[in-house]
Design a protein around this ligand. Sequence first.
Ligand SMILES: O=P(O)(O)OC[C@H]1O[C@H](OP(=O)(O)OP(=O)(O)O)[C@H](O)[C@@H]1O
Ligand SMILES: Nc1ncnc2[nH]cnc12
Length: 182
Amino acid sequence: MTATGIRELLLSRIRDVADHPEPGVMFKDITPLLADPAAFTALTDALAATAERTGATKVVGLEARGFILGAPVAVRAGLGFVPVRKAGKLPGATLGQAYDLEYGSAEIEVHAEDLTADDRVLVVDDVLATGGTAEASVQLIRRAGAQVAGLAVLMELGFLGGRARLAPALDGAPLEALLTLP
Ligand SMILES: O=P(O)(O)OC[C@H]1O[C@H](OP(=O)(O)OP(=O)(O)O)[C@H](O)[C@@H]1O
Ligand SMILES: Nc1ncnc2[nH]cnc12
């Protein structure tokens, strides 16, 4: 399939849900895409290609939808997977980072021992909206002493300005969005 064909397939499997989880938010629901094996496989392959191209040694997935996408990407690319979880879930010694997102605020954590100075980490998530979640994850990875190979998302909501917000934290590492939605 051509790159355009893949993008059209992925876009056709994302459902818009108005006013979820709060009024004024147009929620981008990826569950139809996950339920379609051709679309889910195409997405996994595209993100795994990014992992290989960026020379990543680990994939970080952001709870919860970043787990669903990131774990198969890590397996496909032959890399380890490191979960970045919402605060209070990981049992070991953690590093934490608070952040704001399009609809609220939260704190994420990672097991510090899962990342080393030799690691180049590709962060995988479904949506880049305001960039708050992704920015916090990049800060966390750097505080853990690892390098950031890049950030790969299924879709970027361009009108929320996440790319510009993230630029300082990424510090030259690539941000790749398979779809950019106006
Ligand atoms: O760019 P931002 O404004 O930070 O928003 C993007 C984040 O919001 C969603 O996660 P959410 O916290 O809703 O968690 P979920 O995956 O558990 O639904 C999405 O999966 C991204 O991680
Ligand atoms: N509009 C949106 N749709 C889906 N996930 C999101 N995360 C933040 N904003 C979102």
